[in-house]
Design a protein around this ligand. Structure first.
Ligand SMILES: [Zn+2]
Length: 235
C-alpha cells in the first residue's frame, strides 16, 4: 500500500477511536443519573412520611389533651353529688355523667387509633430509611465505578493522542490539512474503504476504471462526491 495512504488509514482508525472514547466519556454522567433517581425518590418519600408522622403525632397530642379535659369534667361533675336533693335531680345527674362517659370512651378510641397509626407510620419510616440507605450506597458505588471508567477512558485517550502525534509527523502537511478539513466537516470520517464499486462514506458509485485503480492502493484517490480519501480493504 502507498505509504501516505497507509498512514491516512491508520490515522483515521486512531481518530475514530478517540471520537468513540470521547462519546463514552460524555455518556458517563447520564449513566450515573439513572442511579440518582431511586436515591432522590427514596429521600422524597421519606420526607413525606416524616411529615405524615408529625401530623399524626400532633393529632394524638391534641386528642390526649381533650381526653384529660373530659376526665376533669367528669370528676368535677361527680363531685356535685352532695348538692343533689331530689330523686329527679339525681337521675338527671346520672344521665349527664353517662353522656360524658360515652364521649370519653369515644375520645379514648380515637387516641388508640391514632397510636396505632403512629406505630404503623414509624415502621413505614424505618423501611423507607433502609431503602434510602441502600439507594445511597448503590449511587455511591456507581459513582466510584463511573469515576474508575472515566480514568481508564482518559488514559486510553492519552495513549491514542500520543500515537496520533507520531502519525501526524509522518504525513505530508497538505494532505493532513485536507484530512483535518474532511474530518471536521464530515462527522469524523475522512478516510473510507470502498467495496463493490461503492464509496462506503457516502454510498456513491465509483466508476469502474477508478475503482480498479483504487483497488491497487498504489495512489491516493478521493471520492468525487464526498471528497473523502478512498482505499481498498484487502481481505
Ligand atoms: Zn464518497
Amino acid at each position: 500500500m502507498n505509504e501516505q495512504l497507509k498512514l491516512l488509514v491508520e490515522l483515521q482508525e486512531i481518530d475514530s477511536s478517540i471520537l468513540s472514547i470521547a462519546e463514552k466519556i460524555e455518556a458517563l454522567p447520564e449513566k450515573l443519573e439513572q442511579f440518582k433517581n431511586p436515591f432522590k425518590e427514596a429521600g422524597n418519600s421519606l420526607q413525606k412520611l416524616r411529615a405524615q408522622f408529625e401530623t399524626v403525632g400532633k393529632n394524638k397530642k391534641a386528642k390526649e389533651l381533650e381526653l384529660e379535659e373530659m376526665q376533669d369534667r367528669i370528676v368535677k361533675l361527680k363531685a356535685r353529688n352532695k348538692d343533689i336533693k331530689t330523686n329527679k335531680e339525681y337521675e338527671a345527674h346520672l344521665k349527664e355523667i353517662e353522656g360524658f362517659e360515652k364521649s370519653r370512651f369515644k375520645i379514648e378510641d380515637e387516641v388508640l387509633s391514632l397510636m396505632e397509626s403512629l406505630d404503623a407510620s414509624g415502621k413505614e419510616m424505618q423501611k423507607e430509611e433502609l431503602k434510602l440507605k441502600k439507594a445511597e450506597e448503590e449511587f455511591k458505588q456507581q459513582e466510584r465505578v463511573v469515576e474508575e471508567e472515566k480514568k481508564i477512558l482518559h488514559a486510553e485517550m492519552e495513549t491514542y493522542k500520543t500515537k496520533r502525534k507520531e502519525f501526524v509527523s509522518k504525513i505530508d502537511a497538505d494532505m493532513y490539512e485536507q484530512y483535518m478539513n474532511l474530518l471536521k466537516r464530515l462527522g469524523g470520517l475522512a478516510v473510507v474503504p470502498t467495496k463493490n464499486e461503492i464509496c462506503l462514506g457516502c454510498n456513491t458509485n465509483i466508476p469502474p476504471q477508478l475503482y480498479n485503480d483504487i483497488k491497487k492502493n498504489e495512489n491516493i484517490f478521493t471520492c468525487y462526491y464526498c471528497k473523502r480519501f478512498l482505499y481498498y480493504k484487502e481481505k
